[in-house]
Ligand binder design. Structure first.
Ligand code: AMP
Length: 114
C-alpha cells in the first residue's frame, strides 16, 4: 500500500491547515502556495494518480471538483474566478502520489497553461 504525506494528513499524523472535510474529501492549504489562495482537495480513498481512478470511482472525481467549487463560492471568489489543476505523473509535474486537485485563486492566472 502506498503511504504518502497526504495519507498521513488524512490520519492526522502530521499537521495541515484543513479548510474542509466530509466523508470522502479533505481539503487543506498547500504548504508552498503558488497563489494567494492555494488549497489541495484530496479523496480520502487513496489513488496514486488520475490514471488509477476506475469507472466505479467517477462520482468521487465529481465530488472533489464540486467541493472545490463550493469552497470558492463560500469564500467569495467563485465569480472572480479560479483555476483547478490535476498534475499526473512525472511529466505532468506530480510530486505527491495521492490524487489531488489544486485550487488556485486570488490573482490573475495566465491565459496560457504552459
Ligand atoms: P503536485 O506537484 O501536483 O504533486 O502537488 C503536490 C503539492 O503538495 C505541492 O504543491 C506541495 O507544495 C504540496 N505539499 C507537499 N507537502 C505538503 C504538506 N505537508 N502540506 C501541504 N501541502 C503540501
Amino acid at each position: 500500500m502506498s503511504d504518502t504525506i497526504f495519507d498521513k494528513i488524512i490520519r492526522r499524523e502530521i499537521p495541515a491547515d484543513i479548510v474542509y472535510e466530509d466523508n470522502d474529501v479533505l481539503a487543506f492549504r498547500d504548504i508552498h502556495p503558488q497563489a494567494p489562495v492555494h488549497v489541495l482537495f484530496i479523496p480520502k480513498k487513496s489513488f496514486a494518480t488520475l490514471n488509477d481512478v476506475g469507472e466505479a470511482d467517477a462520482p468521487l472525481l465529481g465530488k472533489l471538483l464540486l467541493a472545490a467549487a463550493a469552497y470558492a463560492k463560500r469564500e467569495g471568489f467563485a465569480e472572480a474566478g479560479y483555476r483547478c489543476v490535476i498534475n499526473c505523473n512525472k511529466g505532468g509535474g506530480q510530486t505527491v502520489y495521492h490524487l489531488h486537485v489544486h485550487l488556485l485563486a486570488g490573482k490573475q492566472m495566465p491565459e496560457r497553461m504552459a
